[in-house]
Design a protein around this ligand. Sequence first.
Ligand code: 5GP
Ligand code: ZN
Length: 116
Amino acid sequence: MDCLFCGIIEGKIPSDKLYEDDGILIFKDIAPEAPFHALAILKGAPHLESVASLAQFPERAGDVGRLFAVMAEKQAEWGLDGGFRVVANCGRDARQSVSHLHFHILGKRELSLSLS
Ligand code: 5GP
Ligand code: ZN
């Protein structure tokens, strides 16, 4: 499987890591849309393509929950006390461009609710 984010997990592609443990990696987005823009992903098999993949692999939902708990634990350290947004693009209509389940974490500026 040729997946950009699996390549980042494996260290084949460099990334600016903010947090890593056995099951989770959080790293800076290469093209930030806000002063703070990170991507949070799950490691390990099976590789999930998107939120919709949790229908096939509901047993991974707990890992997603833990990922959110890590975000909550780290947000103050990342300077996000003023608030932040978590976004998951899923599939074509949402213009998901990397088919490895990921959550954008955006903050350090006021965000409008533009959905274009
Ligand atoms: P999507 O559009 O799939 O929701 O988001 C994919 C994100 O991955 C984009 O925000 C894009 O900037 C980011 N991205 C694409 N390639 C790389 C890369 O090689 N390294 C990092 N750190 N981020 C990337
Ligand atoms: Zn992958």
